[in-house]
Write a protein that binds this ligand. Structure first.
Ligand SMILES: Cc1cc2nc3c(=O)[nH]c(=O)nc-3n(C[C@H](O)[C@H](O)[C@H](O)COP(=O)(O)OP(=O)(O)OC[C@H]3O[C@@H](n4cnc5c(N)ncnc54)[C@H](O)[C@@H]3O)c2cc1C
Length: 281
């Protein structure tokens, strides 16, 4: 018997599925940057002198600069004398951030946001990810709208090759059932709303391990917390794998914010990251 489905491709129903093995991919796709013109406007409006402004003019266009501006707003510590109570300031950004971390001024870390694409991550992983509510934004591939062409899955290395083959077989049977359902529906004759309803109904048979895509943004305070929680040896293997990569990118690109994190390699090759300093306020 030949069936038409999955985007019009012809295939034999009895062929079984063709599940594809994938691995989660972590990509940093965006980050907070300073608006240089706005920064200078702000410093002038606050009455910061020209020599006082010069230091900020030479700073990088990064989110760290936004965070430093936000932190210095609290005590008007942009330069000595602006606040008569302030008689000395930390001029070096590294020193400034080290002091923020030492004091545990976590709220300043909320002014910088990183955006990530987590690709080919299972719904096991994304279900755990969405439990973190504070300081994050999420846009996940909609399986109400997106009708699958095939089932992609990551099989954790904790399984033996024989166990992986058994799982693959089970998923291919499900995939084949999905293809049969797909082939039974005259998609080209349906309005979008009907397609959406049927696509959503059909996805109920798909496995939790199905690879999907999500764009996830989080501020640095949330990131520091979630890296610690989700790279802990007690966390699930896939989310550990993802946040080990997130942590490595954060430490590489934002050392002033993540310089206190220490990585301990776990037996499965992923890293457990712990901060040596914690937010208090
Ligand atoms: C190893 C591990 C095992 C887990 N096992 C399970 C499990 O078996 N079952 C299960 O259901 N969940 C489980 N979870 C999920 C866990 O219970 C949390 O829901 C999840 O880690 C989100 O963390 P969070 O509560 O710190 O939230 P986040 O949104 O990351 O919040 C960060 C912090 O902000 C504060 N905050 C956020 N929201 C509120 C609020 N509404 N009110 C007051 N303060 C708030 C809290 O101080 C919180 O710690 C597990 C998590 C881990 C890491």
């Amino acid at each position: 018997m030949r069936t038409r489905g999955m985007g019009g491709r012809l295939r034999r129903a009895e062929d079984g599925g063709d599940m594809k093995r994938v691995r989660p991919i972590v990509i940093k796709i965006g980050e907070t940057r300073v608006n240089r013109e706005g920064m200078m406007q702000m410093l002038q409006a606050l009455g910061v002198s020209e020599p006082g402004q010069a230091r900020f003019k030479s700073m990088a266009d990064t989110g760290e600069t936004v965070m430093e501006l936000a932190g210095r707003m609290c005590y008007q510590s942009f330069e000595i004398g602006l606040n008569p109570n302030v008689t000395k300031i930390r001029e070096d950004s590294k020193e400034y951030f080290a002091n923020l971390a030492k004091k545990g001024d976590g709220s300043v870390m909320e002014h910088g946001v990183l955006s990530w694409a987590f690709l080919y991550c299972s719904r096991v992983m994304t279900h755990e990810l969405v439990r973190h509510r504070a300081g994050v934004a999420i846009s996940q591939e909609s399986l109400r709208y997106v009708r699958l062409r095939d089932v992609k899955l990551w099989l954790p290395d904790e399984l033996t090759e024989d166990q992986k083959a058994q799982m693959e077989h089970a998923v291919e049977q499900t995939e084949e059932a999905y293809r049969r359902l797909d082939a039974s529906i005259p998609w080209d004759t349906l309005p979008m709303d009907a397609k959406k309803r049927l696509t959503s109904a059909m996805r109920r048979i798909l496995p939790d391990g199905l690879a999907t895509h999500v764009v996830w943004s989080a501020n640095h305070r949330a990131l520091r917390w979630i890296i610690e929680m989700r790279t802990d040896p007690a966390a699930e293997v896939e989310i550990r794998h993802v946040f080990d990569q997130v942590a490595q990118i954060c430490v590489r690109d934002h050392p002033m914010i993540y310089g206190d994190f220490v990585r301990t390699e776990l037996p499965d090759g992923t890293g457990c990251w712990k901060p040596t300093l914690r937010s208090k306020v």
